[in-house]
Design a protein around this ligand. Sequence first.
Ligand SMILES: C[S@@+](CC[C@H](N)C(=O)[O-])C[C@H]1O[C@@H](n2cnc3c(N)ncnc32)[C@H](O)[C@@H]1O
Length: 469
Amino acid sequence: MRKQKKQKFEILENIRIEEMVAEGKCLARHNNMVIFVSGVAPGDVVDLRVTRKKKSFLEAVPVAFRGYSELRVQPFCEHFGVCGGCKWQHIGYDTQLYYKQKQVKDNLERIGKVAMPEFDPILGSAKTRYYRNKLEFTFSPNGWLTNEQIKSVEEFDRNALGFHIPGRFDKILDIQHCYLQPDPSNAIRLEVRKYGREHGLEFFDVVKQAGFLRNLIIRTANTGELMVILQVFRNDQEDILGIMEHLKVTFPEITSLQYVVNPKGNETYHDLEVVCYHGLPYIHEEMEGIQFRVGPKSFYQTNAEQAYELYRLARELADLKGDELVYDLYTGAGTIANFVARQCREVIGIEYVPSAIEDAKINSQINNINNTTFYAGDMKDILSNELLERHGRPDVVITDPPRAGMHEDVVAKLLEVHANRIVYVSCNPATQARDLELLSTKYDVARVQPVDMFPQTHHVENIVLLIAK
Ligand SMILES: C[S@@+](CC[C@H](N)C(=O)[O-])C[C@H]1O[C@@H](n2cnc3c(N)ncnc32)[C@H](O)[C@@H]1O
C-alpha cells in the first residue's frame, strides 16, 4: 500500500491571538508551544498555517478568521496585506503607540536589567500618513498580481512600478496609490509608469538581468524642493533624454532631476555617477532655519517633521549651556551635530561613510557653523585615545548607532571617558538595552523617551539619557 504523503504545513484551528511582540508579530500558544504570527491583532481568533517549526517556537500565518479583535480598524490602503510598507494599519494609531511604548519598556527591562526611571509617554507623530520624504520604487516586467487580478490576467499590463513583495527580490507589487509620501509622489510614479508603457521602454527583469527602466527615487523636502532620480540599466541616451524631458515639462515643480546608468547586478549606486539633467544636483531640508543639503547619495531622516521632534528632545536632554564639548557619534550627514552646534562650544562628529562626512562639512559651511569637526571611519577606530587627547574629554556624548547598536569597544571607550551625560538615540530597543546594561556600571539611566518616527509600522525610536554616577 502506498504511504500517504505527509501534509507539509500543519493547520492549527481556533487559536486566540494574545499579545503584540517583537518585529510587529503577535504571540499565540498551542499545546504549550509559542507561535509567532504576522498579519493579526491581539484578540483575533484564527486558523493558522504553520510556516516554520523550531524546537522552542513556531511561526504561522492566518488562513481564516473566526473572530476579529476589538483593536482592529479598517485598513486604508488597497495594498494592505501584500505590500510590506504599512503593516500595522489594521490597528488604530493609539493602539500602535501603546504597543511601541510597551516594546521599549519590555526590552529595556528584560534585556537591560538596570534600574529605570518612570518612562515618558511615547511622542506620537503629528502625521500618520504621507510622512516620508523619500521613497524608492522598482520596475518589473511581470508585476505581482492579486488573486482578483489573476482571474482576469489579460486585462492587466504586467509592467509594474512599485515595492518588493516582502522577502522577494524578484516580485514587485504595482502600486496605485501610496499613503507614505506627499504629493506629487504618486502622480510622478504613475506618469513614469505610463510613459514607460506607452513608449515601449523595457521594464527591468532582475532575474534575467535585462531591460531598461530599473528604479525610481523620489525625495520631497520640507522646503518644497523636489528630487527625482531615475535609474536605468543601459546608456540609451535617446530614451533617457526623452523621459527626462517629459518629466521636466510635466512636473515643473521638480527642482532636481537626475539619472544614473547602472549596469551592475544590484540597484545600489553609491559608486556610480549621477547625472543632473535639470535643476540643481541637490535639494535642502530645513530645521530651525538650518539648511541641510541632500544630494542623490545623502542620508536624511525620512520623517523630517518627527526628526525635528527627535532632535529637539535629544538636545533638551543634552541640557547644553553653551560651553560644552559634544561628541556626536554616528553623525550621518552631521544633522544632529549641526543642529546642536549653536548651543555648545564645539562638536566632534564621527561617521563611517565618507560621503556623509562630506555632506556634514558642507552643512556646517552653508550655515556658517564654525565649531564642528568631522571624521570619517569606523567608530571603534576613530574614537581613540589620540582623538580624545586632541579634542578633550566630552562633556556630552550624543550617540545614534545603527540597528546593531554600539560595538563593545565603543561602549568600553564611553565607560573610560566618563562623560557627564550620554544621550543615546536608538532605532532598536533590544540592542540599546544590551548597551545600557554595559554602561550601567558608570552611568545611571535618568530618562527614557520613546518617539514614533514610523506610524503604521512596528518600528520605534527611543532616547535614553544617561548621567555619570
Ligand atoms: C541611525 S544612523 C544615524 C544618523 C544621524 N545621526 C542622523 O540622525 O541622521 C546611524 C549611522 O551610523 C553609521 N555607522 C554605521 N556603522 C558605523 C561604524 N561602525 N562606525 C561609524 N559609523 C557607523 C551609518 O552610516 C549611519 O549614518
